[in-house]
Design a binder for this molecule. Sequence first.
Ligand SMILES: Cc1cc2nc3c(=O)[nH]c(=O)nc-3n(C[C@H](O)[C@H](O)[C@H](O)COP(=O)(O)O)c2cc1C
Length: 209
Amino acid sequence: MNQPDSLPAYYDDLALSFEEAWGHITAGVTNRNSPSHMPVIGTVDAFGAPQMRIMILRNVSREERTLRFHTDTRSTKTEQLHHNVATSVLIYDPAAKVQIRISGKTQFSSQGDVANTAWSTSTPFARRCYMAEAAPGTPIAEPSSGLPTWIEGKQPDEAQLADYRENFAALLVKVETIEWLYLANAGHRRARWYWDAGQNVWAGCWLIP
Ligand SMILES: Cc1cc2nc3c(=O)[nH]c(=O)nc-3n(C[C@H](O)[C@H](O)[C@H](O)COP(=O)(O)O)c2cc1C
């Protein structure tokens, strides 16, 4: 006989579900094994077509309602993200049976404090991808990493990286809504919260799953 699920404290508690949702999101920054570490980021291209890709979650500020990602200023997604555009972030944690759908607007930052700090606090290996000689997505005749051959398999030092800083940008997704779906045999639970800018509070309610 199937055992009923043992239900978590947040199952029927909207405020606790909200805490749980933020807990999942923030865990993605420090826990590389958390599914929140590699969410799917959705944008819309110039033709109105949805475009999705995995990106590493680098920082979360619940207070500022921001999620930070890093990318190459020459990438295709950068064109789509330049003008404070709608962005979605999708997380599914199979062990927790939780899906989180975030929507917001992206602030593109290739200069200034946010980008400078994000650059200087990234590891040299992480920053090596910005040394690609041509823009990501450029067609090439032979398979290649796109990196200069002298740096392949090596860790660059600060002086070698300095010339490539201009290829780096931080993307800050300003969160506007968070949707929660918890799967349970006893009955799924779904909720959504939106940032009420007039009241400066998160407002949420349960939804039919
Ligand atoms: C595990 C994983 C992590 C990735 N992390 C990033 C990232 O942090 N930033 C990024 O720009 N691309 C990252 N990528 C590559 C993107 O998914 C995508 O292929 C690339 O950025 C090109 O996307 P675009 O054509 O939409 O610009 C990652 C891919 C994988 C599989």
